[in-house]
Unconditional design. Sequence first.
Length: 147
Amino acid sequence: MKKVIPLLILLSSFTISCSKKTMSSSTQNVADVPLTNTRWKLMKLPGMEMPPLHKDAFLQFDPIEKRAFGSGGCNNLFGGYKQEGSSLKFGPMGSTMMACEPEIMKVESAFSAALTETDNFIVAGDTLMLRKGETIVAELLTAKIRG
């Protein structure tokens, strides 16, 4: 019996130390991605189905120039932004003027409207949520560049 107790203590210490390593490594995997210098791919707009687009609808933030740029799925988007903490406001956004299928133009229009409405954001792991107050107006994920 005296040999069993030290063995149980040793096994519990080993189990606890292994679980701590597992928890810390899993926490590192879900670290928040920075807002700037990240390519954010549009995934959701409230109440809208996302049709296949000619190119990814995305957004990137240049912290040096304080410019946002990207694509609405057809046209390129660009303009200024101001970020302080979780507050985020876009300046007037410009775009190229190509015409695409009506469903793609609806996405582009809704994305532009979401940028105009945005007054704050949350980054959770690899997800960027653009919000107006507490309401999510667009949801984006980190993405690799696609041609």
